[in-house]
Design a protein around this ligand. Structure first.
Ligand code: ADP
Ligand code: MG
Length: 317
């Protein structure tokens, strides 16, 4: 984003002042940028949802390659996806940045420009943040505040044996570029919440196997069987598979950063949802929850193999 010379802010306080005038509003925000802290008022009966995610240049994105706008979009998008994963309503963001000194203002403005379309689309107002610069690479941490929506929130821990496992879209191959452009399923989650009783919900950030694994663990050591031919495979997974020797299915099961939702619902509810496909949501039935622990992949010819639920682990050695 380039601005006329007169609009290029100078210094930390100039930058904050510029950010402050970027607009955005939300009736929940009683007091935003400029005081010591922000003040929000939730809807009657709602509870606060709070989530935060930090992204590091060289680890989660490459500033040189992706550009500051994409970084801003991703930083807000991954947090929106976490609010979607509770079937909540996003309200306000706090954005903390460690800017690379040499291009601090330009990077900060790029980040803001990248956040703006998502903020507008999902009704998120920038409520505050923290601005630092240093002689090192960009780090950005977004904290997103939202509120629960009745009858939510929908937790990871609600899956029950016999539940059907559903996902909201095709998976795999996000590394080809989609990982920098999350499309958070906020509206889809609220449409589903409105349409039927949801037992468990998570967003697919670590990969379907890993994230379904989180549901199984939190729901009291349950298990699941996925049907290999029912896993919706993204065209990116096919493209990536043609160059790296892994199968499209492996990519769909393990890649992560798809930002689709994975949910479990009672059998009859699944039939109803699949028949009606609530507005704007494309649901795929991928498997079933079992009382026996473990994660399994069933092939159409009949064989069953164990599935490794491990996703990406930042601290793995
Ligand atoms: P304090 O010293 O009280 O922490 P700051 O000078 O850090 O205050 O920030 C002043 C105001 O600007 C606060 O409302 C803060 O939330 C906001 N702010 C600072 N940096 C950012 C940013 N990058 N994005 C949005 N708001 C910011
Ligand atoms: Mg501060």
């Amino acid at each position: 984003m380039s601005l006329p010379q007169s609009q290029i802010p100078v210094g930390e306080f100039g930058l904050i002042n510029w950010i402050r005038h970027q607009g955005g509003s939300n009736p929940a925000l009683r007091l935003g940028i400029g005081d010591d802290a922000a003040v929000l008022r939730l809807s009657p009966g709602a509870d606060l949802i709070a989530t935060t995610d930090m992204l590091l240049d060289g680890r989660h994105f490459l500033l040189e390659e992706h550009g500051a706008e994409a970084v801003g979009g991703k930083a807000l998008g991954v947090n929106l996806s976490d609010i979607a994963a509770m079937a909540g309503r996003p309200l306000a963001a706090l954005v903390a940045v460690a800017l690379p000194g040499a291009a601090a203002i330009e990077v900060a403005q790029g980040i803001m420009a990248g956040m703006a379309p998502l903020a507008e689309r999902f009704g998120v107002v920038l409520a505050g943040g923290d601005t630092n610069a240093w002689n090192d690479r960009l780090a950005i941490s977004v904290t997103l505040l939202g509120e629960t929506v009745q009858p939510g929130p929908v937790l990871r821990s609600g899956a029950r044996p016999g539940d059907v496992v559903l996902v909201t879209g095709p998976l795999g191959g996000s590394l080809l570029g989609r990982h920098m452009k999350p499309f958070p399923r906020v509206k889809e989650a609220l449409a589903l919440l409105n349409a039927a009783p949801l037992h468990a919900l998570i967003d697919v950030s670590d990969g379907l196997a890993a994230d379904l694994g989180h549901i199984l663990e939190e729901s009291g050591a349950l298990g699941a069987i996925l049907d290999s031919e029912r896993i919706p495979i993204h065209p990116d997974a096919e493209r990536l598979a043609s160059s790296d020797g892994r199968t499209p299915l492996e990519h769909a099961l393990h890649d992560g950063e798809d930002f689709e939702l994975c949910l479990t619902v009672a059998d009859k509810v699944a039939d109803r949802l699949l028949a009606s496909q609530p507005e704007g949501v494309t649901l795929h039935r991928v498997g079933r929850i079992t009382s026996e622990p473990g994660l399994w992949l069933r092939h159409v010819e009949g064989g069953v193999e164990p599935l490794d639920p491990r996703g990406f682990d930042h601290l793995a050695t």
